[in-house]
Design a protein around this ligand. Structure first.
Ligand SMILES: [Zn+2]
Ligand SMILES: [Zn+2]
Ligand SMILES: [Zn+2]
Length: 243
């Protein structure tokens, strides 16, 4: 945040935050404030957290939650059966954002039935490594498909979030997000909203290769490695390029 933005946040905080007993640091509030000063909600939240540690660390923020059920507390209860490492790696996120991200990623990672990825045209040497049965002839489509199981980038619409967290729009594809802005937020430039809505998400660090078990350093490396297997199969004539 620049000094002008920081000034604004401090003034807002001094004027409104102390007198309010309900959780003023709800994600709706953070989003609304962030839009006003054209910054990411995450940055606003972090700035408030470091500037006013006593307020944000107090659990008393939660006490009025029942009186405002539509408001998301900044300390949402943790959904069950989730990956703790995801939470640890993303502890820097706005708690309400983290909550949404966890739900989203858990859904993405859920094992799908064998036939789930099948379409009318389902051939090609590039196969889904998460076992859903998808296959394609195009590397680009393959990688994009892999990322439906293990998202690498996330966008949480700031404009939707300031209205109502129940209608949060969270997606892992840039093109889908741009379409959302065009359809839902007339008058806004897609690029602006993209910038304000990018989640500082830290994806899973290393994933093993499902073919040989090798651990890769990161997602790019893993994808290159798996593609090498597929190319190799074609080379050795195990598969024809179009089957
Ligand atoms: Zn798949
Ligand atoms: Zn939106
Ligand atoms: Zn391998």
């Amino acid at each position: 945040l620049n000094s002008k933005q920081k000034n604004f946040v401090r003034q807002w905080y001094d004027a409104f935050a102390h007198s309010e007993s309900r959780p003023v640091l709800s994600s709706e509030c953070m989003s609304a404030l962030a839009i006003l000063i054209q910054a990411r909600p995450q940055l606003v939240f972090e700035y408030i957290k470091t500037t006013y540690p006593s307020h944000t660390c107090s659990n008393s923020l939660d006490t009025n939650e029942s009186a405002h059920p539509q408001r998301t507390s900044i300390f949402p209860s943790k959904p069950q059966g989730q990956d703790d490492s995801l939470e640890t790696a993303n502890a820097h996120l706005l708690p309400a954002t983290l909550h949404l991200v966890q739900k989203y990623i858990t859904t993405c990672r859920r094992t799908r039935p064998k036939t789930d990825g099948r379409r009318s045209v389902n051939t090609g040497p590039y196969r889904c490594t998460f076992g859903c049965g998808y296959a394609t002839k195009r590397v680009f489509d393959w990688r994009r498909h892999e990322e439906t199981h293990e998202p690498q980038e996330l966008w949480l619409c700031t404009l939707c979030s300031q209205q109502d967290t129940d209608k949060a729009f969270l997606v892992n594809r840039r093109d889908k997000f741009v379409r959302h802005v065009r359809e839902a937020h007339e008058g806004w430039k897609a690029e602006t909203v993209l910038g304000l809505s990018k989640v500082d998400y830290r994806p899973r660090g290393s994933l093993g290769c499902t073919i040989c078990g090798e651990k890769s350093g990161g997602w790019d490396e893993r994808c290159r490695h798996v593609l090498w297997h597929f190319e190799d199969e074609v080379q050795r004539g195990l598969r024809r390029p179009n089957v």
